[in-house]
Design a protein around this ligand. Structure first.
Ligand SMILES: Cc1cc2nc3c(=O)[nH]c(=O)nc-3n(C[C@H](O)[C@H](O)[C@H](O)COP(=O)(O)OP(=O)(O)OC[C@H]3O[C@@H](n4cnc5c(N)ncnc54)[C@H](O)[C@@H]3O)c2cc1C
Length: 564
């Protein structure tokens, strides 16, 4: 997953909405943007058929051609100043990651002529390399989760002894097999994304896009004109500027190392740092995590922050808190030392920086044409993802709103609907669930306890901290923490948090209930599935604490012994 800021950088992990508001407070107010008239109205366009029968295919082709004609007529006559101009495309998208691909194929499905440019494929991103599919598919969610799967086995082997399993020799891990299989899967996925674009009628152009004027993009010296330009260039890892930074690796490199680290320093306390700590710990590397703050995962629920660090420590990860890196030194034997404000730790085979990400907006020609950028390079957009230049739009990590794949998809889809579907649509950031694929993992949706108190004053907190059934026989010290945050007045469930096995899968289901605004009574009325950990969410009967901070009950926190 992903979301809250790492402790050292400004990159973001999935923030609950109120954290998002806090983060965007510093951005300039966006009064300069008025939503343009939709490109064309859906009523004039038939929707395409996806049937594979030949008559359906003929009708699809017919509808497609008919839509093209409609668009080109309107492009030339109906859309205000500049419309007498003919464009090569209705939409030109820069960047074929999650947001760009989704926006482009939906725009095409509404009948727009669409081109998208993307850098040549590489597992490691640079100014000149990327690949269709973007960060999520090639350097983020997917390869990361594959490595999480691989690393989880060691814990499962340990658990299995209490269930009667014995191995004559300890299972061995082959890093080369993992990398080869992972890279083959990435190649397969990038191919699938290329096909998705092709089948949607989107023209894919390989190369680096740069904006020349509000309607022109240069790709490797060739100019393309477009009625609308969408910037979906994502973000790239940010490496701290300290002596020896050239020895550090980032998350791109960590996903594609030639050999498994023996001993690794991971700098950063955000979700990417914790996920990689879990991966390398599971694969039996010696893992040290250095964080600038006291706790990991800034922006998450405080109890969850403490709980996950405790559980990860029990699995052998060493946390160095309140330590800022000052230099990386290389020893004569090739190993690295990390010097911090408190100590120098020697003998690392790798030092990884998970210290945030920066929007990929340098040398794109954005400021030159009048697009406003925030201090960290994020593109400033209005609620419809439109920039200060009417014809230029931006979605995904490049706008640094909530930096998650499903959010980039939502923004891309909303953009296409607004501009080409005749249906102005704002992305909705309420109750965006998120996960951290640490070991144990975290799932969360809605407000943290601290945010709920700030927003609602009076809240009831229900918690369960227990040893799961599996741990009774495995004998391992694994525990689960579950938490419901309920508004004391309306009884609405404001936030749900979990750290423990399967929590991302469980919270995805619970997110529907929170998004729908269900109350604690609705949870209580739901029959559990037994025996599961998840059933705790519908059986927490009495609150662990009632917090009363509204003016009428200022300052009262009633601690209640143990929940249901
Ligand atoms: C290690 C890691 C783990 C993550 N895990 C999760 C997770 O578990 N769940 C989750 O939801 N999110 C996760 N994320 C975040 C997620 O990957 C991003 O939020 C998502 O990919 C953003 O999509 P996007 O379209 O904005 O940008 P991207 O997917 O980054 O796509 C941008 C594309 O633009 C291309 N590009 C850049 N500049 C140019 C140019 N000038 N011309 C042409 N092309 C250009 C790039 O090559 C890239 O392909 C993770 C991220 C990382 C780094």
């Amino acid at each position: 997953m992903a979301m809250a800021a790492t402790s050292l950088g400004t990159s973001r992990i999935p923030f609950p909405p109120s954290t998002l508001q806090t983060l965007t407070r510093g951005l300039p107010s966006i009064s300069f943007l008025s939503l343009p008239k939709p490109f064309f109205s859906t009523s004039s366009v038939s929707s395409s058929s996806s049937s594979s029968s030949s008559s359906a295919l003929r009708s699809t082709v017919f509808n497609h051609t008919r839509r093209r004609r409609l668009i080109s007529v309107r492009a030339g006559t109906e859309n205000g100043p500049g419309d007498s101009k003919r464009f090569d495309f209705d939409l030109f998208t820069i960047g074929a990651g999650s947001g760009g691909v989704r926006a482009s194929r939906f725009a095409a499905s509404y009948g727009a002529t669409v081109a998208i440019c993307e850098l040549p494929f590489s597992t490691i991103s640079s100014d000149n390399s990327g690949g269709v599919g973007g960060t999520c598919v090639l350097r983020g969610c997917v390869p990361k989760k594959l490595l999480v799967y691989s690393s989880k086995y060691s814990h499962e082997f340990e658990e299995s002894h209490g269930f009667g399993w014995n191995y004559e020799v300890d299972p061995e891990h082959d890093w080369n097999i993992l990398m080869a299989n992972k890279n083959a899967e990435l190649q397969r996925l990038t191919g699938i994304y290329q096909n998705i674009l092709k089948n949607s009628g989107v023209t894919l152009i390989e190369g680096r896009g740069k904006i020349i004027d509000p309607h022109t993009v240069d790709v490797n010296g060739k100019l393309y004109s477009a009625r609308h330009i969408l910037v979906s260039v994502g973000s790239r890892p940010f490496i701290l500027d300290i002596p020896g930074k050239e020895y550090a690796i980032d998350s791109d490199a960590a996903l594609d190392l030639p050999s498994k680290p023996e001993k690794i320093a991971i700098v950063g306390g955000g979700y990417i740092a914790l996920e990689f700590a879990g991966i390398f710990n599971g694969l039996k590397s010696d893992v040290h995590v250095f964080i600038r703050q006291k706790k990991v995962l800034r922006g998450f629920d405080e109890e969850i922050r403490e709980f996950v660090a405790e559980q990860m420590s029990l699995r052998g990860i060493e946390f160095h808190t309140e330590e800022s890196p000052q230099a990386i030194l290389k020893a004569s034997d090739g190993s690295f030392s990390l010097k911090t404000n408190k100590e120098t730790v020697d003998g690392f085979s790798h030092v990884m920086f998970a210290t945030g990400r920066r929007p990929n907006t340098k040398n794109l020609g954005l400021e030159e044409v009048g697009v406003e950028l925030a201090k960290n390079g994020a593109i400033v957009v209005n609620e419809y993802s439109q920039t200060a230049v009417d014809s230029i739009w931006a979605v995904g990590d490049a706008t640094d709103r909530i930096n998650l794949t499903p959010v980039a998809l939502m923004e891309g889809m909303a953009f296409a609907k607004t501009v080409f579907g005749g249906e102005p649509t704002k992305p909705n950031y309420s109750a965006v669930p998120s996960a951290v694929f640490s070991q144990p993992p975290i799932g969360q949706v809605g407000l943290t306890e601290e945010q709920a108190i700030q927003e609602y004053g009076d809240v009831d907190i229900f918690t369960a901290n227990f040893r799961p059934l599996k741990a009774t026989l495995s004998g391992l010290p694994d525990r689960v923490l579950m938490k419901l945050i309920v508004c004391a007045n309306t009884k609405k469930v404001l936030g749900v948090h979990m750290c423990g096995e399967d929590s991302p899968e469980i919270i995805q289901g619970i997110a529907i209930a929170v998004k729908a605004g269900l109350t604690k009574a609705d949870f209580d009325a739901t029959v559990g599935i037994h025996p599961t950990s998840a059933e705790e969410f519908v059986t927490m009967r009495s609150p662990t604490r009632k917090i009363r901070r509204s003016p009428a009950s200022e300052g009262k926190t009633e601690e209640i012994k143990s929940a249901a």
